[in-house]
Every structure is written in C-alpha cells, then in structure tokens.
Design a protein around this ligand. Structure first.
Ligand code: ZN
Length: 323
C-alpha cells in the first residue's frame, strides 16, 4: 500500500440508501476505488445509527484496504437542503430527525480528516464534468431524473450554486399551468410529470383500469424494452414533458451539454431518441448547433463518484465561496 498517496472517504447520503466507499489517487486521471462500497437502507430513526454506521464502514474499509494510511479528506454527497459552507444538513425529505445536523464537523471529529458536503445534484454534475459525460463541456447541466428532478450546473468550468445554494431546482419550473400537484406544494412542476414519482402518478389512472400495465418508471422501461406499445408511447410523452424543461434551461443558460441521470440512462435510446427530437424541435436553430444530450457515463456508480468529487475536486470548481 502506497502511504504517500491521498486517501478519500466518499459518503453518498440519500433518503433511501447510504453508501460509503474508499478511494486512493492513482496514476490514472480517476482515483482507484479500494474494495466494494458498503451500503445500507437508510435507518429511519434519525441520524444517530446512520452516522455510527458510516464511521464503522470507514474503519472496516480502511482496515481491509489502507491500513496505516492517513485519511486525506471526506466527501459527502447529500440529498436534502443543506448549507455547504457551514457543513450542515438542514433537513432530509421524508426522513425524521435530520434537522440542522452539523454532519461535516461530526464526521471530521470522529474520523480525523477534513470533511466537506455538497448537494447531490451538484456533486453528480462535478463528477460527470470531471470524469464522465460532461468532459470537455463549457456550459453543462446534469439532471438527476430519479424520484425527483434536480440539476447541477457547471458553467465556464465553475459549479454554480446560486445565492442560497438553491441553483438548479429545475424540477420545480412550471410546465403545465394548474397541472398535477407536486410534492413541493405547487402545481404543474416538471417533477410532477417526468420524475420517477411523477411517472408513477401519471400511470396510476391507466393501471387502475388495467392492472397489467406498468406502475413505476422501472416497470415502464422494462415494458417498453419488450416492445409494449402503451409503454413506448408513455415514454415518448414523458420525453415531451422533459424536453420542455430542458429547452427552458438551454434558452436561459445557452448550454452546450446536457447530461441526464438515472431513469433516462436506464431507458437508453428508447427515451433519448424522442427526447432529442422533442428538444431540438423546441430550440431555435442557433441553439441546435453543438448542443449535446447524453446519458450519464458514471451511472450506476455515479453516487460514489459524486461523493469522491466532493472530497477531492470541489475547491477548484468553486468561485468566491470556497468553504
Ligand atoms: Zn414542485
């Protein structure tokens, strides 16, 4: 084991799953993961047991793969509203007890290395921009597209966090006036139509009439792959909604790269073909030049890479607000 190389702990802290992985700088551009990630379904009784488990997983991984090597930094990619400057998780949707948790201080004290936290959409954007489908882009948005929809923006090589660390809440742009209710309390948000939860809600009335139809995004993609006409058409309609949101982003930010996360990446060309067509149709010819729409290149390991990017790569990506 090379004790002179930097060692990083990456913590992907989600509402449904926590994953911890260990990485070491290598001669390649991308650090090398040491062993497998350790993951568990998020304990629902507050931060205590989850934090203990992160510390235990870190000790176990270091014992197995990097004995005697000092930990250089800890990166946390977090799903809820958080303050990356103070290192505090403000809340986690659907998880009780995660209110104003100073997670970076706690993990730093218990693991003996500096810790940093970043919103997961931003962390994923940084990872894709550095090592994945965003490489070479000048103005890039990464969209999560799983249970919810959020974006991380890397503009001119800098992560754009916004005035309140809320930049990229693109899932809550209204695309249908007085449309479907959204989890955020508004109506007609993009997330209510094109996210995993939005897709389930839109499928519900069809499934009530015919129980053999898909009920979730995962089932929808599987059925479309088998050639089911209803599912292919439903995916096409979903692509139309998402294209509205993406076109708005391109009109505002003049992007050259759009990278999409879980659901579109899992669906592949079945979804990307109608999405690309719908997006180009909605853009002015000037915007169509050099606009590149791609699936995530790091999925399904994007969560680990995102947390690694927080530990290792964020400071040069941040302008003016480096914590
Ligand atoms: Zn909303």
């Amino acid at each position: 084991m090379d004790s002179a190389r930097n060692l990083y702990l990456a913590v992907d802290l989600g509402g449904t799953k926590v994953a911890v992985s260990l990485w070491m700088d290598s001669d390649e551009t991308i650090p090398r993961q040491l062993g497998e990630s350790t993951s568990w379904s998020t304990f629902q009784d507050g931060p205590g047991r989850n934090i203990d488990s992160i510390v235990e997983a870190a000790a176990e991984l270091r014992g197995q793969h990097a004995q005697g090597v000092r930990l250089t930094a800890i990166g946390i990619s977090g799903g809820g509203p958080l303050n990356p400057v103070t290192g505090e998780i403000l809340s986690v949707p659907n998880l009780p007890g995660w209110v104003h948790v100073p997670i970076t201080r706690i993990l730093s004290d218990r693991l003996g290395a500096p810790a940093r936290i970043e919103n997961d959409a931003n962390a994923c954007a940084a990872a894709e921009w550095l090592h994945g489908a965003g490489r070479g882009a000048k103005h890039m948005a990464f969209l999560t597209c799983s249970t919810g929809i959020g974006a991380g923006l890397v503009l001119e090589g800098r992560l754009h966090r916004g005035a309140r660390f809320l930049a990229g809440e693109v899932g809550h742009q209204v695309i249908v006036p007085n449309g479907l209710p959204c989890g955020c309390g508004k109506q007609g948000c993009l997330e209510a139509y094109a996210s995993g939860s939005g897709i389930s809600t839109r499928l519900k009335p069809f499934r009530e009439k015919n129980s053999r139809l898909p009920g979730t995004a995962k089932e929808l993609v599987e059925a479309a792959r088998r050639g089911d006409d209803f599912s292919i058409e439903f995916l096409r309609e979903t692509a139309e909604f998402l294209a509205m949101g993406l076109a708005n982003l391109v009109f505002i930010l003049d992007l050259d790269r759009l990278v999409l996360g879980t659901i579109p990446t899992a669906a592949g060309e079945l979804f990307f073909a109608p999405l690309r067509e719908a997006l180009l149709r909605r853009l002015w010819p000037e915007f169509r030049q050099g606009i590149d729409l791609r699936p995530s290149a790091l999925w399904p390991r994007l969560g680990d890479y995102a947390a690694l990017a927080v530990a290792r790569d964020l400071p040069p990506l941040l302008r003016d607000v480096a914590p």
